[in-house]
Design a protein around this ligand. Sequence first.
Ligand SMILES: [Zn+2]
Length: 297
Amino acid sequence: MSHTQYLLRFDDICPTMNWRVWAEIETVLVQRQFKPILAVVPDNRDPELQVDTPADDFWEQVRAWQDRGWTIALHGYQHRYVSRNAGMAARRRKSEFAGLPAEVQREKLRRGMEIFEREGITSRVWIAPGNAFDATTVALLPDFGINIISVGYFQFPYATQLFRIADCALPNGEGEQPIRNPQSAICNQMTWVPQQMHYFRPAPSGVWTVCYHHNRWDSARLQKFREDLDHYNANIVSLEDVLEGSVARECQWSAWLCTHPRVSEFLIRGELKLWSWWSAGQKRRQSAEMNAVQLPR
Ligand SMILES: [Zn+2]
């Protein structure tokens, strides 16, 4: 049995996204009964994400996705890149959160979750715009009921222990880490789920999140998406499946990879490339054996 699991993640879900393409994607997902992760922007103010006229029934649709068992993730607050800081797990230096004072970050999280609550959405998953956030963000998330983060180049989900926010001396400026009182009780666990791909590719044992941004897709891209879903169908799972299937444990190596994106992206991409060559070779050998068996005696 294969232990390769793929998760589907769609980013930048907001009232002004590309609804024409989304309708096609949604039809395919419903037909095949996949349960993706949707990164929903609570109050989008990013002009880059304004590609269609706003849908009046946006939150009604989000509730329908939630009722279908799809995972709704908090994708920042307004999706505005206001700081030139990559944070702990991203490469690009632009963020809505990383490097900002704790109180500013807390207020954005509070407003984002307030909108979710008002609209009847429950979420325990964090997906930062540009994947950029810092240790302060991580320390704040449990206060808002969030205990899962989707980010990073590693292979299996892992967990980190969190301390009560009341016991953390939070920093006020860029580059400072929250200071933890060693005597304080660990009260929460954060589960880190990796996100390493932007299209399907053969992969070894592990949890592989394929992240899509559908706003600029054309019909060829949609067709490729449908074909990939057919091809990888048996290995596509939901986030619930992943979390129920195994207990995430602490893993220093995964945590190191997650927080060193330059090195880990290089390593994981190299591993996937080698795996592609190896699995293509396997296929060739198998079909050569089949042909040899079928030869007339
Ligand atoms: Zn985004």
